[in-house]
Design a protein around this ligand. Structure first.
Ligand code: PMP
Length: 397
């Protein structure tokens, strides 16, 4: 049977990572991979996580099954983190959450849930979007369509096109939005655009699915959820997929959550039973470790304060480098306007350079970025930013 299989092409980012690792150039820079790196180019374990892990080791007294919804304490914390403790939807008992294996697990659970609710649903995603959105929803059997989002010319939002296209989305379909730090463009909706989206969702009756993989990486923990909170206060139903990979640095522990907002608390009970049955049929129960670490951090004022500080350090470093890129490019005599980088948020922006320039950066200067010119800003640090700016200036000449 296996002899019938055809090989599947590897993800271009993985190929890029392999090429980077084999490159002997001591000045090489990896701007491909979407993980946070510090000034030393290292993805360190957060101090608050180390402390919570020590606590877990001391306190854990059983390895029995955790249940399909996962860690209930974590679920409560993640709802409060996303919506704020006083959000009317939370106070009304309209939210229900299952912790999942990463944000990807949350999206897959969401996809299966959507299929149960409406087997013929189409899910609409931004052009462009995180590539895995498309393959993941298709693998779950949903129809995926795209709507206009990033304008490669103005580096802003294709606002009128986006809203004109979304005005045709059918009730029963799902529209995916990135809560903040849009991957791959870094371009987020303004609050006014979230309001406009909210109005349209109410008029058309489609269901929003908000993917929040970078809460706290943009402007701040609360600021990054302003659009989501507004939307959730207005629409009857919504799905939120969140991830603790980036903001808690828990990538390999695989911790995220799928939260449903239902029209009223009774509907939340029904939705929860379906959600848990979806979980049961895919992986039965999530792994516990990441959720308990996050719970320990958020249970403790001291650890929460430390987490806020460490998260701010990561966010500020990225935002400082957004400014530094623009300043260094100017200092190198680059005349093109790159100021859009400082208006975008999170780990990524498109440099907006062409394929020949991307190839030259890789082949002549050992600077690696994906073919779309998406750069992962956290790959830059004090020891490589000048080399990066000089190299970009050379290929732009
Ligand atoms: N959504 C988006 C937009 C992402 O960028 C990512 C991670 N790259 C995820 C979801 C999934 O994150 P996780 O590693 O928690 O599965």
């Amino acid at each position: 049977m296996f002899s019938q299989l055809q090989p599947v092409a590897t993800d271009p980012i993985l190929g890029l990572m392999a090429a980077y690792q084999q490159d002997p150039n001591p000045h090489k820079i990896d701007l491909g991979v979407g993980v946070y790196k510090d000034e030393q180019g290292h993805t360190a374990v957060l101090k608050c996580v180390k402390k919570a892990e020590a606590l877990r080791l001391a306190k854990e007294d059983s390895k029995t099954y955790i249940g399909m919804a996962g860690d209930l304490n974590f679920n409560q914390h993640i709802e409060q983190l996303a919506f704020g403790k006083e959000h009317p939807a939370l106070l009304a008992g309209r939210l229900t959450t299952a912790h999942t294996p990463g944000g990807t697990g949350a999206l897959r659970v969401a996809a299966e849930f959507i299929k149960r609710a409406n087997p013929s649903a189409t899910i609409w995603v931004t052009t462009p979007t995180w590539a895995n959105h498309i393959s993941l929803f298709q693998a779950a059997g949903l129809t995926v369509k795209e709507y206009s989002y990033y304008d490669y010319n103005s580096k802003g939002l294709l606002e009128e096109q986006m809203f004109a296209e979304l005005a045709h989305v059918e009730p029963g379909d799902v529209v995916l939005l990135h809560a903040c730090c849009h991957n791959p463009s870094g371009l987020d909706l303004t609050f006014a655009q979230w309001q406009r989206f909210t109005q349209l969702a109410k008029e058309r009756g489609f269901t929003p699915l908000v993917d929040m993989a970078y809460q706290g990486f943009g402007v701040g923990l609360d600021e990054d959820t302003a659009g989501l909170r507004h939307l959730a206060a207005e629409v009857p139903e919504l799905i939120l997929c969140s991830s603790c990979s980036k903001n808690f640095g828990l990538y390999r522990e695989r911790i995220g959550a799928c939260t449903l907002l239902t029209e009223h608390s009774k509907a939340a009970e029904t939705a929860r039973s379906v959600l848990l049955s979806v979980v049961r049929s895919i992986y039965s129960m999530p792994p516990a470790h990441g959720a308990i670490i996050v719970s320990h951090i958020l249970d403790s004022q001291e650890l929460t304060a430390l987490w806020h500080q460490e998260l701010a350090e990561m966010r500020n470093r990225i935002n400082d480098y957004r400014q530094l890129i623009v300043d260094k490019f100017k200092a190198e005599g680059i005349v093109q306007d790159f100021s859009f980088i400082t208006r975008q948020h999170g780990m990524f922006s498109f440099l907006g350079i062409n394929k020949a320039q991307i190839d030259r950066l890789r082949d002549e200067f050992s600077i690696y970025m994906v073919g779309s010119s998406r750069v992962s800003i956290a790959g830059l640090n004090h020891s490589n930013i000048d080399y990066f700016a000089k190299s970009v200036a050379t290929v732009l000449k």
